[in-house]
Design a protein around this ligand. Sequence first.
Ligand code: ZN
Ligand code: ZN
Length: 119
Amino acid sequence: MTDKEKITVLDMRVAGKQYKEISAELGIEVSALKVFVHRQKHKDVRRCEQCKKVLPKDARKTQRFCSDKCRNDWWYSHQGEIQGERLNTFICAVCGKGFTSYKQAKYCSRACFYASRRS
Ligand SMILES: [Zn+2]
Ligand SMILES: [Zn+2]
């Protein structure tokens, strides 16, 4: 197995693929895959916290993401947690659409907010 194949195997496992599927895709024996993945569990493999890709071996200790994009995506999706707030689901009082917001909200959009004012 090449390093690239190893990373692919781990990525596919994270994505929930069966050994059989990985075997078919990469042409590696299922038994070899199992041994490899089992061994990896005992190793300290660090992964991007956003996309779960394996970080390169020479990644800095403080590195948590494989790319700036992943870091931004992560911060974006965890904004509420960082502020100690939870993402809640609400139903818009005007159009009845479901939407999510960190703050208490009644309307899904500015348009609906203004529509509520007008009526
Ligand atoms: Zn990533
Ligand atoms: Zn609405």
